[in-house]
Design a protein around this ligand. Structure first.
Ligand SMILES: Nc1ncnc2c1ncn2[C@@H]1O[C@H](COP(=O)(O)OP(=O)(O)OP(=O)(O)O)[C@@H](O)[C@H]1O
Length: 243
């Protein structure tokens, strides 16, 4: 298990723990009475129709959407009344992967990664260089550091997105539709990479619409529907009715 997991779980042993949480966007209730618990090392899918609240739930987990009601705990931090000054520490415990990659288009892959390390307090040039090489190697992109993002395919850009998420050795990876812009074959490769990262001891929570992936790579599945979360057993999911 990850070396720092002892202080990223709560006393129930959960790395993510939500009890009786209510999530709103503006005045609109998006999810109510949210209860779920994730242990370190789990791979969890978050599914549900467009607008059902998957992104809102992930945003609550990384405190983009501040928790207003209920108990929320993520990677060592209780979310309720989390001070602004503590948010960067919460974010360092997690890596976030986006559907649209969100790489900085005006600099190379290497400099994209350098930017994040510098912003999170890394100073030693040798250590920075070593870490960048390590994460690039982890996603099989070690020779692509000099490329500009637009010179890479979508799948390659998402690999860099994952490398960036891994920079600070997070305990938790949150991925919001990470395969949303990728073709099926590239999506499968990305899934294998995320599974490998999970097998290495990290926890992965992934929102997806891609039910083919779920069939191919079964896993624990939590569904957002009609403002509520339900845990779905793989064999109980009616894939035809989902979208
Ligand atoms: N910034 C915002 N302000 C107001 N309403 C919002 C905001 N962001 C999302 N919503 C609304 O909240 C609801 C849930 O959106 P959310 O993005 O969480 O759903 P989702 O399940 O992730 O959908 P998708 O699959 O399209 O990403 C939607 O009705 C959406 O219109």
């Amino acid at each position: 298990m990850d070396k720092s997991s002892h202080n990223t779980v709560n006393k129930e042993g959960n790395i993510v723990d939500f009890n009786n949480v209510y999530i709103r966007q503006q005045e609109h209730l998006i999810l109510q009475d949210v209860n779920f618990h994730i242990k370190p090392g789990e791979f969890v899918y978050l599914i549900g129709k467009v607008g059902s609240g998957k992104s809102s739930l992930l945003k609550t987990m990384y405190n983009e959407l501040p928790l207003q009601e209920g108990y929320g705990f993520v990677a060592g931090y209780p979310l309720k009344s989390l001070k602004k000054s503590k948010v960067p520490f919460l974010r360092r415990k997690m890596g976030i992967v986006f559907q649209d990659f969100q790489l900085l288009s005006d600099r190379t892959v290497y400099n994209n990664l350098l930017f994040v390390l510098k912003a999170t307090g890394w100073k030693n040039k040798k250590e920075i260089d070593k870490r960048i090489r390590e994460v690039l190697s982890h996603v099989d992109m070690v020779h692509k550091g000099y490329k500009m993002p637009h010179q890479l395919s979508g799948g390659e850009q998402q690999r860099i997105g994952i490398a960036r998420a891994l920079l600070n050795e997070p305990d938790l990876i949150l991925a919001d539709e990470p395969t949303g812009n990728l073709d099926p074959e590239t999506s499968d490769e990305l899934m294998l990479l995320l599974k490998k990262i999970c097998e290495g001891g990290r926890t992965v929570v992934m929102a997806t619409h891609n039910y083919n992936l779920l069939k191919k790579f079964p896993g624990r599945t939590i569904r957002c529907e009609d403002t509520r979360l339900t845990e779905s057993k793989q064999e109980e999911i009616d894939f035809d009715l989902l979208d």
